[in-house]
Design a protein around this ligand. Structure first.
Ligand SMILES: NC(=O)c1ccc[n+]([C@@H]2O[C@H](COP(=O)([O-])OP(=O)(O)OC[C@H]3O[C@@H](n4cnc5c(N)ncnc54)[C@H](OP(=O)(O)O)[C@@H]3O)[C@@H](O)[C@H]2O)c1
Length: 274
């Protein structure tokens, strides 16, 4: 029997940056957006309220994706009570700032892997069977420069994000033929994201944005258009990986990773960038 309910866009990691903007974009396109984030109840209510006010349909929940069972329970609940998950976005990062090896506790490394890599595995595990049964579905995975390049102080982050990228490729190999589109989005630059980069930089966030200028920081609303496009692609031209960076940034493969060069102004040296 065909499911007559609205298709669902589920985002794990929905703050006021990419996650919230992607939810708003899919809601504007006719999906019911389900927003999940860890701790900020007021922020969650605000994002859901903004989508409602714009005439869209959305609901939200708090969950800690690092805890076993949480993503699985949410997927089951959404499929049962709200609607079929047509597009899922795994948007959590695992950035902890730059830390030397000996300043990276074992538990921090493991948490990075849980958030950066294992969570994608768990979401795919939970959501793909129903998608396969319906013969369609998309998993979008927000990622970072660390998925393609190791860098000083990024042991936990780069290992987790690199694993995420390879996981996306293996998921594609198995599930592409079954109608599921997995897209890995390399965000190669700073995002105007107050709940993540904003919190990491604290009172340096606004001066940082001002110094970078409007072409120097990714507008999450503009990036959300890319997410929308990826999920709407016909399967004769699926994109499996895409990258995005601000106009004034140097692409990761041209950037000099030496910290002293970065701090001299060539490239971004702040925590939480790439
Ligand atoms: N921001 C950047 O400059 C930047 C640069 C490159 C790549 N990226 C990538 O972009 C993605 C994040 O997008 P964004 O920065 O725009 O952030 P965002 O969508 O504004 O917010 C992400 C949200 O994830 C939630 N979260 C964190 N840990 C969680 C957990 N354990 N369980 C559930 N939710 C959790 C946080 O919720 P609470 O606030 O409620 O705790 C946070 O608000 C990541 O994949 C990151 O690698 C970001």
């Amino acid at each position: 029997m065909t499911d007559k309910r609205k298709p669902v866009f589920l985002v794990i990691g929905a703050g006021a940056g990419i996650g919230g903007h992607a939810a708003a974009r899919f809601a504007a396109g006719g999906y019911h957006a389900v927003l999940a984030r860890r701790s900020d109840e007021d922020g969650l209510a605000r994002l859901v309220g903004e989508i409602d006010a714009a005439g869209g349909s959305a609901s939200g929940t708090l969950l800690n994706a690092a805890e076993d069972g949480t993503i699985e329970e949410l997927v089951e609940r959404v499929e049962r009570d709200i609607g079929p998950i047509e597009v899922a976005l795994y948007n959590l990062g695992a950035q902890i700032g730059n830390r030397t090896l000996h300043d990276t506790p074992h538990r921090t490394f493991e948490l990075g892997w849980r958030l950066g890599c294992y969570g994608v595995f768990r979401l795919a595990h939970a959501a793909f069977s129903a998608m396969v049964e319906r013969g369609k579905g998309s998993l979008l995975v927000t990622s970072a420069t660390s998925a393609v390049r190791g860098n000083a102080g990024q042991h936990s982050h780069a290992a987790a994000m690199g694993g995420r990228r390879m996981l996306c490729q293996t998921l594609n190999a198995e599930f592409g033929p079954q109608g599921i589109h997995v897209a890995h989005i390399v965000v190669d630059g700073a995002v105007d994201a107050p709940d993540t980069l904003g919190k990491l930089l604290g009172d340096k966030f606004e001066p940082f944005k001002a110094a970078k200028g409007e072409d120097g920081v990714i507008d999450p609303g503009a990036l959300a258009e890319t997410y929308w496009h990826l999920a709407q692609q016909p399967r004769n031209c699926w994109t499996h990986e895409v990258d995005a960076r601000p106009w004034t940034d140097v692409a990761w493969w041209n950037d000099n990773p030496a910290p002293e060069i970065n701090s001299a102004g060539k490239g971004f040296a702040g925590p939480g960038s790439k």
